[in-house]
Ligand binder design. Structure first.
Ligand SMILES: *Cc1c(COP(=O)(O)O)cnc(C)c1O
Length: 488
């Protein structure tokens, strides 16, 4: 589908009454905060001003609606509700039950999943729940059956030690970091790397695309318990039907981490083989990136894995953040509206326009373009490291982050790439024309930046560039205000 220009990409459609009511709510809230710790009220006001004044191209960020944000500031924060709906370790959870059931129902309906778990506090936590649910289902449950017991507490000391050793020696195959994978997919600095024997698949050297035959070959050789698909810096779509075939061929469980692109799945931009939910055994996501909800995570699962996922708290999670689950319900309700599909399509259209804008001005893009919400620019042709490019852009009011590119000569710290994403500015109302202009500004900054000597960090920005770009950005930001009509 294409974006219908009559449907607002803001949610909910910001009528005058809505903005006035939200303004009143925030003014009252800030006055209450002010009376206790004025510096926090100040910082809160300043954060809105800063977000309004910057060209935010960070691919993992967005702007949640005032309805989502306001939902988080309530007494649900005060309630303990360990366990799950109808099965709590605390009394008086009837209202949390309402909240959690509704959020889960919206998630199931939105994504067409048999089961949804809305407690994870973040994307990392969602992945931890998924990993342990897969281990519980595939390693722990059969071990209990073999020992003829129902509960782990009934295993003998020796059986328990054998099971612990097995839980700690499973294999995971995921996408390599420099091809766009995520730290939580089995890399050593994250607990997933300490839990699993890990191997990764990369991308083709020529095309930069996932080579499914290479994934299949790696899976056949390594025989992982878990095959992880999903990324945070790969500018292309993934064929999850093929990933599932590969998983089935080697007896692996397919876990898809759609943290970055859940909004494109929710908005039906990724359908069929590109929609992970019908193909994966377990799907995890954040709720605050392209999905435009509160900061948090969720897990979707088949009936087979649902009972284990449902025990996420207390398995690896502390008490649920009921106020955030309430905000997830609100955000998921927003994502079920037709306007969200228009928004998601516009995210992808804008990324294309931005990529084309960069390419026609001579830039080099990893994979040569994009067909999702992100663009990975190789800055080597400007004689810069990712770090220098990131800093020069920031000096000019363009907020991005540096990112490694495949076989990056500058390593993971300085890098040779800049990652851009369109979800946030699309929420503000930017369209393809504005994104072409943003591409022009990015190229203007990078063409006017020079590395200082052999330093990978120091750089010089030609006089006047930062001011010119700031002024051009300010004009576009003023024409596409964040939270239109909201005044503090
Ligand atoms: C962002 C991201 C995460 C982590 O999300 P947090 O909420 O920051 O914990 C996990 N996986 C992928 C692929 C991501 O992009």
């Amino acid at each position: 589908m294409t974006a219908d220009s009559t449907i607002s990409t803001h949610v909910p459609a910001p009528g005058a009454d809505y903005a006035a009511t939200a303004s009143e709510a925030y003014r009252a809230a800030l006055a209450v905060i002010e009376s206790v710790e004025p510096r926090i009220a100040d910082a809160t006001r300043k954060e809105l001003a800063d977000q309004r004044d910057s060209l935010k191209l960070i691919a993992s960020e967005n702007y949640a609606s005032p309805a989502v944000l306001l939902t988080m500031g309530t007494w649900f924060s005060d309630k303990y509700a360990e366990g799950t709906v109808g099965h709590r370790f605390y009394a008086a959870c009837q209202n949390v039950d309402t909240v959690e059931s509704l959020a889960a129902e919206h998630a199931r309906e939105l994504f067409g999943a048999p089961y949804a778990y809305v407690q994870p506090h973040s994307g990392i936590d969602a992945n931890l729940v998924a990993f342990w649910a897969i281990l519980a289902t595939r390693i722990e449950a059969p071990a209990l059956t073999d020992s003829g017991v129902k509960h782990i507490n009934d295993l003998s000391e020796a059986e328990w030690e054998r099971l612990r050793a097995r839980l700690g020696s499973q294999r995971l195959l995921g996408m390599s970091l420099d091809a766009g994978g995520h730290l939580t997919h089995g890399f050593r600095p994250n607990i997933s790397g300490k839990m699993f024997h890990q191997r990764s698949y990369g991308t083709d050297h020529e095309t930069g695309l996932i080579d499914y035959d290479a994934v299949r070959a790696a899976a056949k050789e390594f025989k992982p318990l878990i095959l992880v698909a999903g990324y945070s810096a790969y500018p292309r779509r993934v064929n999850f039907a093929t990933m599932r075939e590969i998983a089935d061929e080697v007896g692996a469980t397919l876990m898809v981490d759609m943290a970055h692109f859940a909004g494109l799945v929710a908005g039906k931009v990724f359908t069929g083989d590109e929609d992970p939910v019908p193909h994966a055994h377990v799907t995890t996501t954040t709720t605050h990136k392209s999905l435009r909800g509160p900061r948090g995570g969720l897990v979707l699962a088949t009936e087979e894995f649902a009972p284990a996922v449902d025990k996420g708290c207390p398995m690896v999670l502390g008490g649920p953040l009921s106020h955030v689950m309430a905000a997830k319900a609100v955000a998921l309700a927003e994502a079920r509206q037709p306007s969200f599909q228009a928004y998601a399509q516009r995210i992808a259209d804008n990324a294309k326009a931005f990529a084309e804008g960069l390419l026609k001005r001579g830039a080099t893009l990893v994979t040569g373009g994009t067909d999702n919400h992100l663009v990975l620019l190789d800055v080597q042709s400007y004689g810069l490291t990712g770090r220098q490019a990131e800093s020069a852009l920031l000096d000019s009011g363009v907020v991005t982050n540096r990112n490694a590119i495949p076989s990056d000569p500058n390593g993971a710290w300085y890098t040779s790439g800049i990652r851009f994403g369109t979800p946030a500015l699309t929420t503000r109302g930017f369209g393809p024309q504005e994104f072409d202009r943003v591409a022009e500004l990015v190229v203007e900054v990078l063409s006017n930046t020079t590395a200082e000597g052999t330093s990978k960090a120091k750089y010089k920005l030609a006089d006047g560039t930062a001011d010119r770009v700031h002024a051009a950005a300010a004009e576009m930001l003023a024409a596409n205000p964040l939270y239109p009509g909201l005044t503090l």
